[in-house]
Write a protein that binds this ligand. Structure first.
Ligand SMILES: [Zn+2]
Length: 400
């Protein structure tokens, strides 16, 4: 137990404000690319001109066929400035703030946020990052990234690096929760690892503090919220109750109810108990609360009938996650989509299977990259690509 952090009462407390969030439907293309960790701009189908800012028709030839495509993100910083006075409440609490104009090799000139160290005339690589309002924003990064780039105040606003943050991992009884705890510790976080029914034997993780937490038990969740809810900066919900079986062969609802408790009601209970405190601390101190991570089966997107009831519980969890993304803002909700894990419940499933340690590394990377969706492992990436291609075709493929 660490003592409560004492604030200097004379210092101004930063409110959990958000940067301006209004975007046109067209401009949300940048948000979508940032959420997935890509870099995309509109490209004209007729003259191939790269467009920025996003628009309805080509700025060169007036053609209306503009598609979002990955384009080379390099360019030259032709102007840089430091904003010290602004009327915007969010940026007012964060001045001085650097911005600049980048002449992209691909054509357009782009206004971008700047970390310390990049100077006028430098070659830079543009990145699309989600800001605290959950909207896409342009950031210009040095080509050779310094090791402490993520410590830059601007990058801290755009990403969720676990370093120096306090993390709750919900299920220390599963290998995934244990490996996520180890990965968070290695990333410089302080970790509380939830374990249900601590009177039963469990494998402790060295360096992590075990706390009693059972998401299916309202009393347990409220005890955890009372003791730790005001001190968390990242929550990783690793609760997995994975059981095979189609709808008809199970014969009753017993297992399905347990699956819904683990995947849907449990995380909802935790969100209701600690979400308001987490959200209120989104601008607190130098390492504010920043992220809520869910581990979800990729079959949340399209049902795998041989694991039919489990897939349905994961769809409920995915929908809950989308609702939380709006409710918890400016806390970032990150979904790690997975295929079959290399665990005891998937012994009969042929490879490729996902190692829990690989999932844990991918979660840390997703937080550092600042994305809100990541497919981890070959199966999840394949299913996600096929889902984006055509959900109806994927449904038929999974059913056969
Ligand atoms: Zn054109």
């Amino acid at each position: 137990m660490i003592p409560p952090k004492r604030k200097n009462p004379l210092l101004r407390t930063r409110a959990a404000l958000q940067p301006p969030a209004a975007r046109s439907r067209t401009a949300l293309g940048i948000t979508a690319a940032a959420a997935r960790g890509g870099f995309a701009l509109q490209v004209c189908a007729a003259c191939q001109a790269v467009q920025y800012p996003p628009r309805e028709i080509c700025g060169t030839c007036l053609h209306d066929g503009l598609a979002w495509r990955a384009v080379p993100p390099e360019g030259t910083l032709i102007a840089a400035t430091t904003i010290r006075v602004t009327a915007d409440p969010y940026f007012r609490e964060r001045t001085p703030w650097r911005t600049g104009m980048v002449a992209m090799d691909a054509g357009p000139a782009v206004i971008a946020h700047l970390p310390a160290g990049v100077a006028q005339g430098d070659r830079v690589r543009l990145a699309q990052k989600l800001d605290r309002a959950g909207q896409g924003a342009m950031v210009a990064l040095p080509l050779a990234q310094p090791g402490d780039l993520l410590d830059d105040p601007m990058m801290r606003e755009m990403t969720c690096d676990p370093k120096d943050r306090r993390v709750l991992v919900t299920d220390g009884r599963h290998a995934v929760g244990q490996d996520v705890a180890r990965a968070m510790l290695a990333a410089g976080a302080r970790v509380w690892l939830g374990v249900a029914e601590t009177w039963r034997p469990f494998a402790a993780v060295e360096g992590a503090e075990t706390i009693e937490l059972d998401l299916t038990d309202a009393d347990s969740v409220h005890r955890c919220a009372a003791s730790h809810g005001g001190r968390l900066e990242i929550v990783v919900n690793t609760g997995l109750h994975t059981r095979p079986g189609g709808i008809l062969e199970r014969g009753d609802l017993t297992t399905a109810r347990v699956e819904m408790e683990a995947a849907y009601f449990g995380p909802m209970r935790l969100a209701q108990a600690i979400g308001p405190a987490l959200r209120a601390r989104a601008a607190d101190g130098t390492h504010p609360a920043c992220a809520w991570v869910n581990v979800l089966s990729v079959y949340a997107l399209a049902n795998l009938p041989s694991w039919g009831a489990y897939s349905a519980s994961q769809s409920a969890a995915l929908s809950l996650s989308q609702a939380l993304r709006a409710d918890l803002r400016p806390i970032r909700v990150v979904n790690a989509l997975i295929g079959p894990l290399d665990d005891e419940w998937h012994q009969a499933v042929p490879p490729p299977k996902l190692a829990p340690a690989a999932l844990a590394s991918a979660i840390v990377k997703a937080l550092r990259d600042g994305v809100e969706e990541v497919a981890v492992g070959d199966v999840a990436q394949d299913i996600l690509a096929r889902f984006r291609d055509d959900p109806k075709i994927l449904e038929r493929e999974l059913a056969s």
